[in-house]
Design a protein around this ligand. Structure first.
Ligand code: AMP
Length: 421
């Protein structure tokens, strides 16, 4: 099916072509025609499926048809600042800079800029629920003109405890509106919220089709301890096939520490975690997006929403706290149909956690070893890996395996003082 068959205005068809989209993804094929009819939608779709354009294109079409207005007509709620910025970028990419006036209202960013935006005319507000409520309570924003509400990654917003804020925001919106709810799952609490905020909604469930399921090759590397993990990481980062990588740590201090260590080794690296102010976060993401940074060391704050096509590798230096976060972390690679590699480093004692992840995803993560860096303690195979058989992975790239040790500072720990783990 072609985009032209979805009922989109010629201006938007030009925009999707300019964005390099040749044909709609499954979620776009299903959601766009129904959304253009003005129906409420409950859409279960995975990250990376093209869901942002699936809701943004119908929103833009409504704006085009409605003509100018002073009050915002479209409200998009997202769980994180990063996702909010990505949604706003998608709006601008698909409609051009002369297109809609978009305000991004997220926590952690200075109020002054947001207040300035709120004083002028606006078409689209993209916000995290907490900061939006702040502005509403201060009387800085009038939502009486909203005709389309989008709840993006609704499951995640509920996980993050935003339920009261979402309900309070929805209570201030006109009842005669269209509501589009996107979520990885539509069951449980998400289903209950959906029942309260939508009317006669159409349900769209997108199966994990090959185009939606990114081609991510997963590997599990057992480590004897922290130093061994660092050596494994050094080896992985020395791979010439690694274009850009996100390395996930469990703690903010861990992210700072590791970023400092990698910087000392000469890597082009940025850190991203919740203790950084929004300006610093934006700079880190910009450096990654523009290719000035090859490595981003991040906590789970970056696990959702981050969409940089150059990310060829994800390394879980520490295991995620929640099995679900594993899926979001590895989804940072393999974007827009590209292939990606995801390596997970685990201590032997973390086998139970790995099993939890495997149960959650329903697939075993093949165990691998890197030449010369095999763990000394022989890990028992996890239940999951027994099913597929442990995979002994060896690179066939010439010279690989010698790379470790090329950094003099690498083995001796950080040269300057950083917060410890
Ligand atoms: P999303 O699921 O919205 O995070 O989108 C994932 C990625 O797919 C983004 O990089 C989009 O630019 C890209 N994308 C969205 N729609 C299409 C399409 N129809 N064809 C190719 N890439 C797309």
């Amino acid at each position: 099916m072609a985009f032209a068959e979805l009922g989109l205005a010629p201006k938007l068809l030009e925009a999707v072509t300019a964005a390099g989209y040749t044909e709609p993804t499954a979620v776009q094929r299903e959601a766009i025609p129904l959304a253009l009819q003005g129906l409420d939608l409950l859409v279960s779709s995975q990250t990376g499926s093209g869901k942002t354009a699936a809701f943004m294109l119908p929103c833009l079409q409504r704006l085009l048809q409605a003509g100018p207005s002073r009050l915002p007509r479209v409200l998009v709620l997202t769980p994180t600042r990063e996702l909010a910025q990505q949604v706003s970028r998608a709006a601008i990419d698909l409609a051009g800079r002369r297109g809609p006036r978009v305000a991004v209202l997220v926590g952690g960013a200075p109020y002054a800029m947001q207040l300035k935006q709120l004083r002028g005319p606006l078409d689209i507000v993209v916000a995290t629920p907490g900061r939006l409520m702040d502005h509403l309570q201060r009387g800085k924003l009038d939502l009486s003109g909203i005709d389309t509400l989008v709840l993006d990654e609704a499951d995640r917003m509920l996980d993050m405890g935003f339920i009261d804020d979402i309900e309070a925001v929805v209570a201030r919106l006109p009842a005669a509106r269209q509501t589009l709810l996107f979520s990885a799952t539509l069951d449980g609490v998400v289903g209950k919220l959906a029942g309260r905020v939508t009317r006669a909604a159409q349900r769209i469930e997108i199966a994990r089709t090959p185009e939606a399921a990114p081609k991510i090759e997963q590997r599990l590397l057992f480590a004897d301890g922290h130093d061994h993990k660092l050596r494994l990481l050094d080896h992985l980062l020395s791979d010439a096939a690694l274009k850009q990588a996100v390395v996930f740590t469990a703690t903010k201090a861990g992210a700072e520490d590791l970023a400092g260590r990698l910087e000392d080794q000469g890597h082009a690296v940025e850190a991203l975690h919740g203790d950084m102010n929004q300006g610093a976060r934006n700079r880190a993401l910009k450096a990654l997006r523009e290719g000035r940074a090859r490595i981003l060391v991040a906590t789970d704050v970056a696990a959702r929403g981050l969409d940089v096509p150059g990310i060829s590798h994800v390394v879980n230096f520490d295991l995620p706290m929640q099995a679900e976060d594993y899926v979001h972390r590895i989804g940072r690679t393999g974007r827009a149909g590209r292939a990606g590699q995801a390596y997970t480093l685990a201590h032997h004692r973390e086998r139970g956690k790995v099993k939890g992840i495997e149960r959650f995803t329903g697939t075993a993560i093949p165990v691998a070893t890197l030449p010369g860096l095999e763990p000394k303690a022989r890990p028992e195979r996890s239940e999951g890996s027994r099913k597929t058989g442990a995979v002994k992975w060896r690179s066939n790239k010439p010279g690989e395996g010698k790379a470790y040790g090329q950094y003099k500072a690498g083995n001796g720990g950080p040269r300057r003082s950083r917060p410890s783990w």
